[in-house]
Write a protein that binds this ligand. Structure first.
Ligand code: PNS
Length: 167
């Protein structure tokens, strides 16, 4: 059985991520979406919220499962016995960072974790989660970037943040 892990922050999940999930699921027997629980950063969405989000966007793809991890990706991949990580490459600007992570992971895992790259479909090449957060924080339109239910969740989140700041 060919299995892969698709790690990321997914804060929030975008159409670009969904494109990679679908294409990876067509190539592997099982894909685990692994959401990074990074305690050093304050994400917009909690890990539980992101798990729910990712479960919903992948509910129609039977060979996709959703999980979260903290610490090193190579350690998490070893616990689920997966040896291939999938990452999306949007543009050449992603390349150096991704190459560095992929090579480091291969080195420190003793060759146990390889990374394959899927080039993002052109219509999603410009998308990234931090731009989505920034646009939404100023009340901008993110409907071309994320599915409608994620759009609602993002706007609700910023409304809650604003309400808290007003108090
Ligand atoms: O969606 P992102 O934020 O670009 O994803 C980055 C991610 C989660 C793939 C990467 O930061 C990661 O794997 N972090 C876990 C810690 C780790 O293994 N670091 C070693 C890589 S050099």
């Amino acid at each position: 059985m060919k299995r892969a892990v698709y790690p990321g922050s997914f804060d929030p999940v975008t159409y670009g991520h969904i494109d990679i999930i679908r294409r990876a699921a067509a190539m592997f027997d099982e894909v685990t979406i692994a959401i990074l629980d990074n305690r050093a950063k304050t994400p917009l969405f909690s890990v539980d919220e992101r798990v729910k989000m990712l479960r919903k966007v992948s509910e129609d793809i039977p060979n996709v499962r959703v999980d979260s991890f903290s610490g090193l990706l190579i350690d998490y991949a070893a616990t689920i016995d997966v040896h291939v990580a999938v990452r999306g490459l949007r543009a050449v600007t992603d390349f150096e960072y991704e190459l560095q992570i992929a090579q480091t992971n291969r080195l420190i895992s003793g060759g146990n974790l390889d990374t394959i790259f899927l080039t993002t479909s052109l219509e999603y090449a410009y998308l990234n989660s931090s731009a989505v957060r920034e646009i939404a924080s100023f009340g901008g339109d993110i409907s071309k970037c994320v599915p409608p239910f994620v759009e609602r969740m993002v706007h609700e989140k910023f409304q809650a943040v604003e309400a808290r700041e007003r108090k």
